[in-house]
Design a protein around this ligand. Structure first.
Ligand code: NAD
Length: 478
């Protein structure tokens, strides 16, 4: 089933049941122009950018309170919008709440610098907002990704136009509604809806937009970067990944196998940091792979609010088609499908966009399935001979988002962690992510860092100010 949406209307389908849950009007180009104009007006005249930081922080805390008050209904809405297990959806609302609280604190405490003077003046820096920021988000974790952009952009004093994915359009308007009720000046956060190729592209190209913050696929990121380069506006890009998850022979096997399975099959693999390439020391390859396959086969694939669910459906029917095509291509490349490789059938499975946890081996590191992102529950396994072989294989893709390393040797973990090209390195853990720690990619996985204090600086430009203290008039020449 492909998306039934039209150019004027997005039809949101619950991927667990196939039922229509909402229709959302696509923003027209005149509406987009008007929204940018209102955002610019709010940026210049609402008083937000000059509000004292601790007062701006109060509004951000009030947004967090508003999200908390509606946590359960927001979690259910996300579950219907993109099919993630309810427990994960609750976690994502909690993450959004934490992000607003964190940036409220950063907003109050971030400082400029007093810089060493070389004359009769005091020199220092202040952070200033850009103006209207375009925040463009993907469908896999809508509210969490929206908050990761909106909270720091507002904390820095900007206005935000938020464009959620056409595949998960329902959470962003809720965030804007809650923000307005929490006291955010009108029009400072607005939502535009539509496909990336038309509404997204028009937003990025709009002359009233002064900064772009994008999370999504590498191909879209490249297209946006081209426009941003032409317009000379900054673009922060959080893109895709093909993250290596490495198991050495001295690893704690119980923990390593559990993390490998959680690292790829959590969120049904629809996570930018999914550990989608499993590298196993050749001396323990069969043993570890067999434990991973056994665990994958036993995962409970079910409706997202079922008891004990471990994997729900994929986020849409057309995404399931993409994942199935990815696996078919791996099969055609000579890959051995050790489990999964198909949609489950019978009962609830027949109505939703389900796909089985899939493990593939027998492919070389250059196979398409080992190079490209599936963004689904598909793990490819590869053996390595030694550290040099591992580093060459693991770094041998265009991506560099994250990696996981399982070993009891601290020195080896350090060596490999420094050698792998990745923005986040997890040693004896996987997929940990907190709002206080910078996140972003190396290579084709992105430009810039979200989260942490850097996450606020992303939305601010540095202004240097010199305060003259001269006793004598300035001379033309010294
Ligand atoms: P996508 O690139 O298709 O779309 C992402 C968003 O960008 C959507 O809102 C879409 O409408 C918009 N868009 C697409 N093309 C555009 C264009 N030319 N101009 C302006 N906007 C455009 O990605 P997706 O399928 O929604 O999400 C999956 C991708 O997102 C995966 O590659 C995944 O790895 C990546 N992702 C990355 C992170 C991260 O933090 N690095 C987090 C989540 C998802």
């Amino acid at each position: 089933m492909t998306s039934p949406s039209t150019a004027q209307e997005i039809i949101s389908i619950n991927p667990a049941t196939g039922a229509e849950i909402a229709r959302v009007a696509v923003t027209t180009l005149p509406e987009l122009d008007a929204a940018v104009e209102r955002a610019n007006h709010a940026f210049h005249h609402s008083g937000w950018k000059s509000l004292l930081p601790h007062k701006r922080a109060l509004v951000l805390h009030a947004i967090a309170d508003g999200l908390l008050a509606e946590k359960e209904s927001l979690a259910h809405l996300q579950m219907q919008d993109n099919g993630k297990p309810l427990g994960e959806c609750r976690g994502m609302v909690e993450s959004a709440i934490g992000t607003f609280r964190y940036y409220a604190s950063v907003c109050e405490t971030i400082e400029g610098d007093v810089t060493p003077s070389r004359g009769d003046y005091v020199s220092f820096t202040v952070l200033e907002p850009f103006g209207v920021v375009a925040a463009i988000t993907p469908w896999n974790s809508p509210l969490m990704n929206d908050a990761a952009k909106v909270a720091p952009a507002l904390a820095a004093g900007n206005a935000v136009l938020l464009k959620p994915s056409e595949d998960s359009p329902l959470l962003a308007p809720e965030l804007a509604r809650i923000a307005l009720a929490a006291g955010l000046p009108k029009d400072l956060l607005q939502v535009v809806q539509g496909r990336g190729a038309d509404v997204g592209a028009a937003l990025v190209a709009h002359p009233g937009v002064r900064m772009i913050s994008f999370t999504g696929g590498t191909t879209s990121g490249r297209a946006i970067a081209r426009v941003a380069g032409d317009r000379l506006v900054p673009a922060a890009l959080e893109l895709g990944g093909k993250s290596p998850h490495v198991v050495f022979a001295d690893a704690d096997m119980e923990h390593a196998v559990a993390a490998v399975v959680a690292g790829i099959f959590g969120s049904a693999g629809q996570s930018c940091v999914a550990g989608s390439r499993l590298f196993i020391d050749a001396s323990i390859y069969d043993e570890v792979l067999s434990a991973v396959v056994t665990r994958a086969k036993n995962l409970r694939v079910a409706l997202p609010d079922a008891d004990g669910v471990e994997m729900g459906p994929l986020a849409s029917f057309h995404h399931r088609e993409r994942v199935a095509a990815f696996v078919d291509r791996a099969r055609a490349e000579g890959g051995r499908i050790l489990c999964g490789g198909a949609a489950p059938t019978g009962g609830d499975y027949d109505h939703g966009a389900f796909y089985l946890p899939t493990v593939i081996d027998g492919l070389g590191p250059q196979a398409v399935a080992c190079q490209e992102e599936a963004f689904g529950p598909v793990l490819v396994a590869l053996p390595f001979k030694d550290e040099a072989d591992l580093i060459a294989q693991a770094n041998g893709t265009a991506f560099g988002l994250a990696c996981g390393i399982w070993t009891e040797s601290f020195k080896r973990a350090w060596r490999i962690g420094r050698a792998l090209e990745a923005g986040s390195v997890w040693i004896n853990t996987y997929k940990q992510s907190v709002t206080s720690t910078p996140f972003g990619g190396f290579k084709n996985s992105g430009i810039g860092r979200e989260k942490g204090i850097d996450g606020l600086r992303l939305y601010a430009q540095v202004k240097s100010i010199y305060l003259g203290l001269h006793e004598q008039p300035l001379a033309v020449a010294k």
